[in-house]
Design a protein around this ligand. Structure first.
Ligand SMILES: NC(=O)C1=CN([C@@H]2O[C@H](COP(=O)(O)OP(=O)(O)OC[C@H]3O[C@@H](n4cnc5c(N)ncnc54)[C@H](OP(=O)(O)O)[C@@H]3O)[C@@H](O)[C@H]2O)C=CC1
Ligand SMILES: O=C1O[C@H](COP(=O)(O)O)[C@@H](O)[C@H](O)[C@H]1O
Length: 500
């Protein structure tokens, strides 16, 4: 019998050393170390496991272990006890990699990590090239026979199509594509993977999942937080590069692609690429009607007044960076021709919510007087990715009583209430996949290119547009232009949790 694709197996990691570059940073502290901690807690790491942090900040092994691991309650985990090292040095200094290689060899000897290495680039993008070259200079890009050397690269992958291709050339000068794992942590979320389960493990949804039934689709990635301490990074990214190019387009691709023959890495990624290729590019003439940006200004309530983006640390007081982006997309294929897809993301919106909402067409004829239907919305299927994970089906139901009033009702599935199993954190899931060499939930190079192809024209258009950037008050649902974008076709945004 064929082996099941790795995506659908229960697994634990092989002997290996995880090497994190940028080990003194925000992502390492907030996401990667907790992910390692959770893998250890759930017995998914073998005793032959080690962790090495690399960064310029001076720290001893003990200090790194203390700050990184012990603080997470991992002191007593045999998988990590004595297996934590720290290498401090410049990313472009060959000596850093020489010391790293010695550390890795000694861990192989002491802990039996078998020469398996997973290098995680958790630095700002400027450091990717020197780290890749440094690894190759020390021969760390090659594994001994029977072992692996893999590279995980954080997002955003490039700043546009051209720089993504340049980065790929640098990566491929030292690593072969099967060694490369481009991460988008949204793909590690159970609820994002559940888009696949809902669509392809059931037969009832597939017949209505197309232009004959769907009026339009809305994808929202809304955050209540501002840019926090990441103002410096965000200034050069903006919402389009930070969220739309990766998380939003990945979720969209999973929601709209054709059924793959199997959930193996190539089958799944081929279908995503085909879908992304079918997205029509806006022309310079219609871009203004199809894409909207905004930047948050001071807002909130008197008791909870939030600063404007330009007042955040690390942000230019005259910044023109967008903290909100919305687009209308068209997919030129047989299934979706004519159906509009509205996507939006923003910081400092009134609710933290990520969802995919399919709104269905109204019935062709309603045998009920219109005054009985004033509380009836169009039918909708809402895939709630976070934070209230689940699925809602919204449909019309007769209100009890002597009249024939029909009001929208909701049938809800909640992860929390239905399953007792715990969801792994996205980074935990993806770290384990990379340790196992399963690329299914990582981004292939042609996907990256397709995503840049879609957002590049809009980013370039905005860069040339010198009119004042539209604004929205913190804790509101974005600039009024976004309402016009969707309102032009007589539709409106679903604002989960209500309008603010
Ligand atoms: N933080 C987050 O929530 C998310 C981050 N990412 C991506 O993950 C990666 C890491 O993010 P994050 O941890 O926030 O980054 P940080 O800005 O915290 O940087 C990580 C570490 O890299 C080193 N570093 C900082 N600037 C430079 C530089 N210019 N050149 C070389 N090294 C530098 C610093 O360590 P030292 O000075 O000690 O060498 C720093 O501690 C980035 O690519 C980011 O885009 C992706 C999704 C979410
Ligand atoms: O990649 C990023 O994602 C986070 C949002 O992730 P979530 O899992 O909390 O939804 C976002 O805040 C950050 O700006 C971005 O770089």
């Amino acid at each position: 019998m064929d082996k099941a694709p790795q995506l659908i197996q229960e697994r634990s990691a092989p002997p290996a050393t995880l090497v994190i570059f940028g080990a003194s940073g925000d992502l390492t502290r907030r996401k990667l170390i907790p992910a390692v901690a959770s893998l250890a807690r759930h017995h998914r790491l073998p005793r032959e496991f080690a962790l090495v942090g690399v960064a310029r900040t001076a720290m001893s092994d003990e200090q790194f272990a203390d700050s990184a691991i012990n603080g997470r309650g991992l002191r007593d985990h045999p998988q990590l006890d004595g297996g934590i090292r720290y290498v401090s040095g410049g990313y472009d200094d060959p000596d850093t990699y020489k010391r790293l290689a010695e550390t890795l060899d000694s861990l192989d000897a002491e802990r039996g990590t078998a020469g398996n290495r997973l290098f995680y680039l958790s630095t700002p993008a400027e450091a990717f090239e020197p780290v890749i070259n440094g690894l190759a200079g020390a021969g760390l890009n090659h594994a001994r026979p029977g072992s692996f050397a893999r590279l995980v690269i954080e997002k955003p992958y490039g700043r546009d199509l051209a720089t993504a291709r340049e980065l790929d050339a640098i990566v491929h000068s030292s690593f072969d594509e099967p060694q490369v794992f481009r991460i988008d942590h949204y793909l590690g979320k159970d609820t994002v993977q559940n888009v696949l389960a809902l669509r392809f493990a059931n037969s009832i949804f597939q017949p209505i999942w197309d232009r004959s039934w769907v009026d339009h689709v809305q994808i929202t990635v809304a955050e209540t937080l501002g840019v926090g301490t990441r103002g410096g990074f965000y200034e050069s990214a903006g919402a389009m590069r930070d969220i739309v190019q990766n998380h939003v387009l990945q979720v969209l691709a999973l929601a709209l692609m054709e059924p793959p023959a199997s959930f193996d890495a190539e089958g799944l990624r081929n279908e995503k690429v085909k879908l992304l290729q079918a997205i029509r590019l806006p022309t310079d003439r219609d871009i203004a009607d199809l894409a909207v940006r905004g930047q948050y200004t001071r807002g909130g309530t008197r008791d909870d007044l939030m600063p404007g983006y330009r007042d955040e640390p690390g942000v230019d007081p005259l910044s023109r960076t967008e903290t909100y982006a919305a687009m209308r997309l068209n997919v030129d294929n047989w299934r979706w021709a004519g159906v509009p897809f509205y996507v939006r993301t923003g910081k400092r919106l009134p609710a933290r919510v990520t969802e995919v909402a399919l709104q269905f067409q109204r019935p062709p004829h309603l045998p009920i007087p219109t005054d009985q239907l004033t509380e009836l919305d169009a039918d909708a299927l809402i895939l709630r990715i976070q934070p209230d994970e689940g699925i809602s089906l919204r449909f019309g139901a007769k209100v009890p009583g002597h009249s024939f009033r029909v009001r929208t009702a909701s049938m809800d599935f909640s992860y929390d209430k239905t399953f007792r199993e715990e969801s792994p954190e996205a980074y935990e899931r993806l770290l384990l996949d990379a340790l196992l060499g399963d690329p299914t939930l990582f981004i292939r190079t042609d996907e990256v290119e397709q995503c840049w192809r879609i957002v590049d024209p809009i980013i370039e258009h905005w860069a040339k547009d010198h009119s004042p950037i539209p604004t929205y008050e913190a804790a509101s649902w974005g600039p009024t232009d976004a309402d016009r974008l969707i309102g032009r076709s007589g539709r409106k945004w679903r604002n989960p949790g209500g309008d603010a």
